[in-house]
Write a protein that binds this ligand. Structure first.
Ligand SMILES: CCCCCCCCCC/C=C/CC(=O)SCCNC(=O)CCNC(=O)[C@H](O)C(C)(C)COP(=O)(O)OP(=O)(O)OC[C@H]1O[C@@H](n2cnc3c(N)ncnc32)[C@H](O)[C@@H]1OP(=O)(O)O
Length: 359
């Protein structure tokens, strides 16, 4: 569900209470989103060259094109909430030794040789993501964005990279029933994906085995994806009565073209590592026997590169897409909120849980 007018008004008030000046670039973004949210697409003539400030503001507003008022409102609220969170964080650097450890053992976070590694550690369940794991990954990414490491890696323990969302997440119905469960799942999903969109350092996936569902879709938000030749990439959303997330409805067609993306996202075609590499989703495939050795040697060398240069280069590559990605994430989460309440979805999950169907 997109942000309400009330959420937007609150965010407008919150901006005035920020403890730190967010800088001109962010202020310009806030201005543009505010105008788009309240007046719609830019509808005033471009100021002349002499009105430099007004022209810069006009350019920022105009750059939002036909973004809807609702999406602009949502992006404004998201941006303010990120600014408020970062201005409240106690220190800009969180050394690895002080890192708050995840709540559950299903995630292990380590920092060594300039690399922070977030490891999914639930091998008996193929690293399926529990609700707590989503929360722990959010916290781990937030900490990694501020720690001293140059590169952040996501990988898995055991023979799988990740089997996607733990389908039993949907069996713990809260007091508010299915509707309330879908609402909170959509909110968690949006926060989770936002962290990947906003992650400021090089983010690398070390795909140590098959990947399913959301662990595949978010790969479009990584900077580099290394895979063992044992890996496969599977997004069986239609089989599950669900729809794409992780911004894949936008990133996959961009990466591999619309028809290859449709085969994966609509028909659940499973790609081999080599196919995923040929489609541009994977950066490089390594033989399984030497995968760990080769990949980590390479990452250790990359982690010695100047970290600020890497951050800034990432910013240039990714920044112009960010607003779009936030809007896509909000829309995908809102569509899924409906899907999760559908019979198609409930029946598919029940079939998996009753062991009738395996993907
Ligand atoms: C308030 C609610 C909060 C919710 C918050 C979440 C919101 C975000 C949601 C984002 C949406 C994401 C969409 C997706 O990710 S869709 C993809 C979902 N994944 C699947 O459908 C995969 C299901 N698993 C399988 O098909 C097979 O297990 C496998 C992965 C092909 C592996 O098969 P294999 O034969 O090798 O192994 P087993 O089946 O015996 O698996 C070993 C045990 O692991 C359990 N398992 C595996 N995957 C999952 C899973 N995704 N969810 C739950 N459990 C899983 C499996 O049941 C076995 O358990 P057992 O030993 O106890 O039987």
């Amino acid at each position: 569900m997109l942000a309400s007018q009330k959420d937007f008004n609150n965010a407008v008030s919150q901006v005035k209470l920020l403890k730190e000046d967010p800088g001109n670039e962010v202020k310009l973004k806030l201005y543009a989103l505010y105008k788009q949210a309240t007046e719609g697409p830019c509808n005033v003539p471009k100021p002349g060259m002499l009105g430099f400030i007004n022209k810069t503001k006009w350019d920022a507003w105009n750059a939002l094109g036909s973004l809807s008022k609702e999406a602009a409102r949502q992006n404004y609220v998201d941006l303010v909430s990120r600014l408020s969170a970062s201005s409240e964080s106690p220190s800009p650097e969180a050394p690895a030794a002080d890192r708050k450890q995840p709540e559950s053992d299903s995630l292990v976070v380590t920092s060594e040789d300039g690399i922070t590694t977030i490891r999914l550690n639930r091998p008996a369940k193929k690293n399926a993501l529990t609700t707590q794991m989503y929360r722990d990954i959010i916290a781990a990414l937030q900490a990694a964005s501020k720690d001293e490491s140059a590169i952040t890696v996501l990988t898995g323990s055991g023979d799988y990279y990740c089997s996607g969302n733990d389908l039993t997440n949907f069996t713990h119905l809260p007091a508010g029933g299915l509707e309330e469960m879908a609402r909170s799942a959509a909110a968690l999903l949006r926060d989770f994906v936002n962290c990947f969109i906003d992650f400021p350092k090089p983010l690398v996936a070390v795909v140590n085995g098959p990947a399913v569902g959301i662990s595949v879709t978010i790969l479009g938000l990584f900077d580099v994806v290394y895979a063992t030749d044992r890996a496969s990439f599977h997004t069986p959303f239609s089989h599950l009565g669900q729809s794409p997330e992780g911004c894949s409805s936008y990133t996959f067609p961009k990466i591999m073209g619309s028809s290859k993306a449709a085969e994966m996202l609509l028909f659940g075609k499973k790609l081999t590592a080599q196919e995923a590499c040929a489609q541009g989703l994977v950066t490089e495939v390594f033989p399984d026997g030497t995968f760990q050795k080769e990949v980590w040697a390479r990452l250790k060398a990359y982690s010695k590169l100047p970290p600020n240069a890497m951050r800034i280069s990432k910013q240039i590559i990714r920044n112009r897409e960010k607003e779009k990605l936030h809007a896509v994430n909000a829309e995908e989460s809102s569509v899924l909120r409906e899907r999760w309440q559908s019979d198609e979805c409930m029946n598919a999950i029940a079939s998996f849980l009753s062991r009738k169907v395996k993907l």
